[in-house]
Write a protein that binds this ligand. Structure first.
Ligand code: FMN
Length: 314
């Protein structure tokens, strides 16, 4: 991709790792067109008014942030979609990928991939209930990909405006690599825009995914935690990485984290830094030592990590 031929770039939803602290901070670096908040779990009959209050459209301001819901009851998901629109969501996404067994046990997340008709019903109800775009984020299947085509077409025919596809089944979890052949197949099957997702760690991966699958946009999760500049790099933008700005990003993360987490701040920071330290061989060699560090105050630990992330090494 270059400046003359842009495509839409999305920051992936990542429960825990990509929480408010991270999403808000990475928006200072930017380069992506939209973020998606981690899922709001919506059990059947839930009090949707209070659940919808978990969503604030401003987390990534001025970059747009969509809401994501996870559940299995069409009526309840329709009701929360309406509330989320009132809460300011410009787009509402259904999670059809979460592999957690607790979630799939409830018939939500990736277990919706077992029943294309039910998937269609949920999305149709959501589309009907709201006037903002509804989208879906799918995996390629549950145990296997036998319902791949049915699921994609069921989602599209419900009236969603785009579909994001992580190229792995539920059973594959995060193992191996995202299946680009299936992302390419999805592009051939669908008329709505397709957002490709999975394992994009640098500009070359992004260009390869675009070229190989012909997808219309890219969604990046873990790659953005490892390298918060990845979106600018993919765009071939003039806004190249600068360490001062990286420090501003990390300071904002720290500030957000201290406000949001009264306990286990070291654990929270280790979550983020364990990704950031995958950025280069030099940092990777220091990662174990960083993760073993205890008995430092949150600020001292933060300063210690910053010191290791010297400009040359990042
Ligand atoms: C810690 C973590 C939390 C995640 N939480 C969500 C979520 O809330 N909703 C969702 O649709 N996908 C979630 N995902 C999946 C990602 O959005 C994405 O599909 C997956 O990580 C593959 O993309 P990547 O290789 O760019 O990370 C999560 C992934 C991770 C690693």
């Amino acid at each position: 991709m270059n400046k003359e031929k842009p495509c839409k770039l999305y920051l992936a939803p990542m429960e825990g790792l990509g929480n408010y602290c991270f999403r808000n901070a990475i928006s200072l670096i930017g380069g992506f067109d939209e973020a998606t908040r981690e899922f709001i779990s919506v059990p059947k009959g839930a009090h949707v008014k209070s659940l919808a209050k978990k969503f604030s459209p401003d987390d990534t301001s001025p970059i747009l942030q969509a809401a994501q819901v996870m559940g299995s009851c069409p009526l309840t998901l329709a009701a929360i979609s309406k509330e989320l629109e009132e809460q300011g969501a410009h787009r509402i996404e259904l999670n059809v990928g979460c592999p957690s067994n607790t979630v799939t046990g409830n018939g939500s997340g990736s277990s919706l991939l077992k029943d294309p008709e039910h998937l269609h019903k949920i999305l149709s109800h959501m589309v009907e209930a709201t006037s903002v775009p509804v989208t879906a984020k799918l995996r390629t299947g549950y145990e296997d990909t036998s319902l791949f085509e049915e699921n994609l077409l069921a989602a599209e025919s419900a009236g969603i405006t785009h579909l994001a596809l992580h190229g792995r089944t539920k059973v594959e979890g995060y193992k191996g690599f995202a299946n680009l052949d299936l992302i390419a197949k999805a592009k051939e099957l669908l008329s709505i825009p397709l957002i490709g997702n999975g394992d994009i760690k640098n500009r070359a991966d992004a260009l390869y995914m675009l070229d190989y699958t012909k997808c219309d946009g890219l969604m990046i999760g873990r790659g953005a935690v490892i390298n918060p500049w990845i979106f600018h790099e993919i765009r071939g933008s003039d806004d190249l990485e600068n360490f001062e700005q990286t420090k501003i990003y990390l300071e904002r993360y720290y500030e957000n984290m201290m406000k949001s987490f009264p306990k286990n701040q070291l654990g929270q920071m280790k979550g983020l830094f364990s990704f950031l330290f995958q950025r280069s061989e030099v940092l990777l060699a220091k990662r174990k030592e960083m993760l073993r560090t205890r008995d430092l105050s949150p600020r001292a630990f933060f300063e210690y990590c910053l010191e290791m992330l010297t400009p040359l090494e990042v």
